[in-house]
Design a protein. Structure first.
Length: 211
């Protein structure tokens, strides 16, 4: 005669199955959390790399103009860089409107404010005095931007570079610019991402006829 399971045996088996189910669900939940965190960090890395790529592309096309009145032989094309902010004139702009009277040059600024990397832009540099337009968001979650400027004369990194008012004969841009972003990946982690930009036109250039 076959004997069935007793109530105690059934309860023990149910308890074991329930315990194993809790462990499995906990493992799945932990794996999902790790996966979501990895995806979030990957998306943040992609966004930060895009911001660095845009900044680097525009910085590489910075220039200072040699065009000027013979009574004003100093640089008035803007390049103002310090440790945490940079403003410059660059090629590479394009218009979004048909018949817009806008040149291919832009006055551009990058800086961090309220935990965000911001960018301001103005068309037609040189037609009016330097003014910064309302800044637009480039990348959120950026705690700091740090900049250094390579001085090819002293073979050292400078923390400040300004061309405005320099004699045109000796004026120059840094040949390289180091950019470091301190970016918040999540509530707990902050990562530093660094790139180095080569400035193609470090000496003043002529743009058509003088003023």
């Amino acid at each position: 005669m076959k004997r069935g399971f007793s109530l105690i045996e059934i309860l023990i088996a149910a308890a074991i199955l329930g315990f194993m189910g809790v462990i499995l669900l906990s493992s799945l939940n932990s794996a999902l959390h790790v996966s979501e965190k990895a995806i979030s960090i990957s998306e943040r890395h992609h966004l930060i790399r895009q911001a660095l790529a845009r900044l680097s592309s525009e910085l590489s096309m910075a220039y200072i103009s040699a065009n000027r009145n013979m009574t004003n032989l100093v640089v008035d094309t803007q390049f103002r860089g310090d440790k945490n902010r940079i403003s410059f004139v660059a090629f590479g702009g394009y218009t979004h409107r048909q018949d817009a009277q806008e040149s291919g040059e832009r006055e551009i600024s990058y800086f961090v404010k309220d935990g965000n990397l911001l960018r301001s832009e103005r068309f037609n540099p040189g037609k009016t005095l330097w003014q910064e337009n309302r800044a637009k968001l480039v990348c959120p979650g950026i705690e700091k931007i740090q900049l250094k400027y390579w001085n090819s004369n002293t073979l050292a990194w400078d923390s400040l570079w300004q061309t405005e008012g320099q004699p045109i004969q000796t004026a120059s841009l840094p040949t390289r610019i180091q950019v470091e972003l301190s970016a918040r990946l999540n509530e707990d982690d902050v990562e530093r991402m660094t790139t180095e930009v080569e400035v193609w036109l470090d000496k003043p250039i002529f743009l058509g006829s003088g003023n």
